[in-house]
Design a protein around this ligand. Structure first.
Ligand SMILES: [Zn+2]
Length: 234
């Protein structure tokens, strides 16, 4: 028996915080399982995760795989192609990759987004495609998980991503993260928010957003509560 085994449960809050829930992957003190309601998404979600993003307490990529029944999370920096990532045949034309988009494009999209989230597809030159067909018939979407610089690194290290349709999301409102995470752009969303809002647009199921964000709200609440109890370890 180790000294840790002899400690009564709950007596070492720091120790308990370091144990992760096997289901949601969060520290036990931040376990979100009670708030997770699985979503039967039709369009597959693939998250390519920058290795340095893995350790983020507020990261949401793992949560995406718990919520969305058709999804996968692959940590790494580069892959030879989508077929190798998924281990099955794919038609790249039927896949989209969520792209950051240029500042000018975002500014143009912002007006439209006043009425709700806007998702558009871009042509090879980066110009928006007006036809609704540009967003139709997708088998899956690829989302790059990491901060802005990490997502950019993933983009450049995987040139096969250029064969997918380039999608840009302009959310009607900002991230629930609020001031907890500093991102270079105000509208930067968590991976979970980006996935939920994109799928809600693509599958025309607005309810996906609320169902998916329920555990995220709980995560932020628990995180803030924990922060006020012990100032460190954020
Ligand atoms: Zn859990």
């Amino acid at each position: 028996m180790t000294p840790a085994d002899a400690t009564p449960e709950g007596a070492t809050p720091e120790g308990a915080a370091s144990l992760a829930c096997p289901a949601c992957g969060k520290p036990l003190s931040l376990c979100l399982c009670a708030a997770i309601r699985p979503i039967d998404n039709k369009i597959f979600v693939l998250i390519l995760q920058h290795p340095q993003e893995k350790a983020q307490a507020l990261g949401t990529a793992h949560l995406v795989t718990r919520i969305f029944q058709r999804s996968a999370l692959k940590p790494g920096l580069s892959w030879p192609g989508l077929k190798r990532v998924l281990g099955r045949e794919v038609e790249m034309k039927r896949w989209g990759v969520l792209y950051l988009g240029s500042a000018t494009l975002k500014a143009r999209m912002q007006e439209q987004a006043a009425a709700g989230d806007v998702l558009i597809a871009l042509d090879r030159k980066g110009e928006p495609l007006a036809s609704p067909a540009a967003l139709a018939g997708l088998d899956g979407i690829i989302v790059l998980d990491g901060n802005w610089a990490q997502a950019k690194a993933l983009w450049w290290r995987n040139p096969w991503l250029l064969k997918a349709r380039r999608l840009v999301l302009q959310p009607a409102s900002g991230s629930l993260y609020g001031a907890l995470r500093r991102e270079p752009r105000a509208e930067s969303l968590s991976t979970l928010e980006a996935v939920a809002r994109s799928l809600a647009c693509l599958e025309a199921r607005a309810e996906i957003v609320e169902t998916a964000l329920e555990p995220f709200r709980l995560l932020l609440k628990k995180y803030r509560d924990r922060g006020t109890r012990s100032a460190g370890h954020l």
